[in-house]
Design a protein around this ligand. Structure first.
Ligand SMILES: Cc1cc2nc3c(=O)[nH]c(=O)nc-3n(C[C@H](O)[C@H](O)[C@H](O)COP(=O)(O)O)c2cc1C
Length: 182
């Protein structure tokens, strides 16, 4: 069986995938893990899925919050992909010291990512030793452009609250989202 597992890994390793960090909130704290099991599922409605190991310490946070963001990293963010794959205090307690903001659902979106999708979990399916979370996209973005699934989502966006809050200090982030809020 161990041999089969290794060979399965070897076979699947021939399929090149990107690396993402899937994030959510647990007890009001940002949390996440490095995930390669991410794919788009449906265009209308826009659905994506991620697979999370049943043994993961952060699995419960995804279930409890009912939301997740998938952060597609740039090649300059390799350190983050490593950090979010380790069992460390830096990850569990300090969110890998990563700066982030939020869009529609409140799931953390890492600053400087290539692209992100922000989704609400609409179903969880069994996937062997992983849980498959199906998420409906409420906001998505690439550098310089953010689109919200609904006007209400945009109006009620936690991002709007964030931009108006006293914590907001990064003008560059305002510029990033300005078009969507004019
Ligand atoms: C390149 C890479 C891809 C990974 N992809 C996944 C994945 O799709 N799903 C998953 O549950 N864990 C994946 N992992 C493992 C987790 O990132 C992380 O190591 C593991 O969840 C740590 O355990 P913890 O969440 O209990 O702290 C991946 C790790 C690496 C390095």
């Amino acid at each position: 069986m161990a041999l089969e597992k290794d060979f399965f890994r070897q076979v699947m390793g021939q399929f090149t995938t990107g690396v993402t960090v899937a994030t959510t909130c647990g007890n009001g704290r940002a949390t996440g893990l490095t995930v390669s099991a991410f794919t788009s599922v449906s265009l209308d409605p826009p659905l994506v899925l991620i697979c999370v190991d049943l043994r993961s310490n952060v699995l419960a946070h995804f279930r409890e919050s009912g939301i997740f963001a998938v952060n597609i990293l740039t090649n300059r963010q390799e350190a983050l992909s490593r950090c979010f794959a380790t069992m460390s205090e830096e990850r569990y307690m300090h969110f890998c010291n990563a700066d982030y903001h939020v869009a529609a659902t409140g799931a953390p979106i890492l600053d400087g990512v290539l692209a992100f999708v922000d989704a609400r979990i609409i179903a969880e399916y069994p996937g062997g030793d992983h849980a498959i979370f199906l998420g409906q996209v409420e906001a998505m973005g690439t550098d310089g452009e953010v689109v919200f699934a609904t006007e209400a989502g945009k109006r009620n966006s936690a991002l709007t609250a964030y931009l108006l809050s006293k914590d907001y200090q990064r003008p560059s982030l305002a510029a990033y989202y300005d078009e969507d809020f004019e």
